[in-house]
Design a protein around this ligand. Structure first.
Ligand SMILES: N[C@@H](CCC[C@H](N)C(=O)O)C(=O)O
Length: 297
């Protein structure tokens, strides 16, 4: 039986390329093959698909699945969540949302200035939570390095779960100077990370700011990664490199991250709509809307 097409919007959060797909009127799912096909085309190339499904739990606004460009599913996506907020608030005027994801609940709010805050929950630091393949008592700096044994290029990352696994390598110099495209895939798939990991390199630029780049699990190099920004901010504060509130600069833009005293991490930043269309979630075939409308529903 043919699956009806569903509306989708091409958006970005600080340059993180997002397809917001509205699955609320169908029981179908975005198939991994369809995602891979969409990621492979220049026009619909994306880092994550945010598939919005009917809410499963009373009190929540939607159930959201997060699909990486390689068809794998992720537990968290900060930049994509802001895009979902913007798409739904454009449709309904609602500004506060509670989303359910496979990893739990996310609270989000659009502010008057258009910026969007997402409560990304509490970071987890236990080695089984991240997860790591073996016990590390101190996850502020684990024994892992890349490059010659006596002159490693990258070493001793902080590791943390923001719902999804992150490793942050601290560097003194320019984050653009390192070949993350070469080291990223090796580290993402390193045996120490049984669920793979998002790999970032970060430079502290002041007690309230850092600059970073990320090799995303299931994607590759991205212009921004919200959960990685949270992971870096939390790890920087935890290792006394910065305060608990920092401005994070990534190639695609800036995010503000606050690690509150109650341990919740609040990420604030923009989301941008680009264009809309209709999509077959089983094949990845799509048509662009002729008239550039604003809503996805
Ligand atoms: N871009 C996202 C993170 C997406 C998920 C990640 N690739 C994973 O597999 O964990 C963000 O903004 O957080």
């Amino acid at each position: 039986m043919a699956v009806p097409s569903v509306p989708f919007a091409r958006m970005n959060g600080c340059g993180n390329e997002i397809l917001v797909v509205d699955m609320r009127e169908t029981t179908a799912r975005v198939r991994p093959d369809a995602a891979i096909a969409l990621a492979g085309r220049a026009e619909t190339h994306f880092d994550q698909i945010m598939a919005i499904h009917q809410a499963k739990t009373p009190g929540t606004d939607a159930y959201v699945r997060i699909i990486n460009a390689d068809g794998s599913e992720a537990e968290a996506c900060g930049n994509g969540t802001r895009c979902v907020v913007q798409a739904l608030s454009a449709e309904t005027g609602q500004t506060r949302f509670t989303f359910e994801t496979p990893a739990g609940l996310l609270l989000a709010e659009e502010h008057e200035d258009g910026l969007i805050s997402v409560d990304m929950g509490k970071p987890r630091f236990g080695w089984q939570d991240i997860p790591l393949a073996e016990e590390f008592r101190d996850t502020r700096a684990i024994e892992l390095q890349i490059g010659p044994i006596d002159a490693p290029v990258l070493h001793s990352p902080s590791v943390v779960s923001m719902g999804n696994p992150h490793a942050i390598f601290w560097v003194k110099g320019d984050v653009d100077a390192l070949a993350l495209d070469r080291f990223g895939p090796i580290l993402e798939n390193h045996p120490i990370f049984p669920a793979r990991a998002n790999i970032s390199i970060a430079q502290i630029t002041s007690p309230t700011s850092l600059t970073m780049r990320t090799w995303e699990r299931g994607v590759g190099l991205t212009r921004a990664c919200g959960s990685a920004a949270c992971a870096a901010a939390v790890s920087a504060a935890r290792t006394r490199r910065t305060d608990r509130e920092v401005a994070v600069t990534q190639p695609g833009g800036k995010l503000s991250i606050l690690w509150r005293e109650d341990e919740h991490v609040i990420m604030t930043g923009p989301a941008e709509w680009e264009w809309s269309g209709m999509l077959d979630p089983e094949t990845g075939n799509f048509v662009r809307d002729a008239a550039e409308g604003r809503e996805i529903g």
